[in-house]
Design a protein around this ligand. Structure first.
Ligand SMILES: [Zn+2]
Length: 165
């Protein structure tokens, strides 16, 4: 699949320089742990929204760390006339999809939704988790057709997805 219109040159320089994922490289958290920001719990090898076990270590979960640093692992670019004319509806769908994915995968969050004024004009949604960027793009594709492409950029450790209405 090709992604001819993706912006490769702005906003993501901090990510491009990165060879390894520092949010995973620190090793597994102690157990049990709780994120001091979002209260996600790390227990039995996975992050959950289950009640926090007593005497949990307080840490910052990888999703909150990415949000704090503005370091996405998924970037979804939405372009086309329909995006401009149905912005609220589209962002509502994106937010619903985030809620659905996040309920099961606590580390999957939207970091930011930004307008991209330069060509191609559109909306950029960055996510803490590559699958969430893809899931939102797929949901838009399913609901409104258009063209959906995505590609994993290994050197950037980043999923770049593009939905064109
Ligand atoms: Zn957190």
């Amino acid at each position: 699949m090709s992604t001819p219109h993706l912006p490769r040159d702005h906003k993501d320089r901090s990510v491009r320089a990165r060879k390894h994922d520092p949010y995973k490289a620190k090793g597994k958290p102690k157990e049990p742990s709780v994120c001091r920001e979002c209260k996600a719990a790390y227990h039995k090898g996975r992050w959950t929204w289950a009640p926090v076990p007593p005497k949990s270590h307080e840490i910052l979960c990888p999703a909150c760390a990415r949000i704090r640093d503005g370091a996405p692992s998924g970037v979804l670019l939405l372009t086309g006339e329909f995006v401009a004319s149905h912005r609220e509806e589209i962002l509502g769908l994106a937010s619903n999809e985030e809620a659905r994915v996040k309920a099961e995968h606590p580390l999957a969050r939207i970091i930011k939704i930004e307008d991209q004024p330069e060509s191609p004009q559109g909306v950029v949604i960055t996510t803490t988790d590559p699958h969430l960027a893809r899931r939102i793009g797929e949901a838009l594709h399913h609901a409104h057709h258009g063209t959906f492409t995505c590609r994993y950029e290994e050197d950037e450790d980043l999923l770049r997805a593009n939905w064109q209405s």
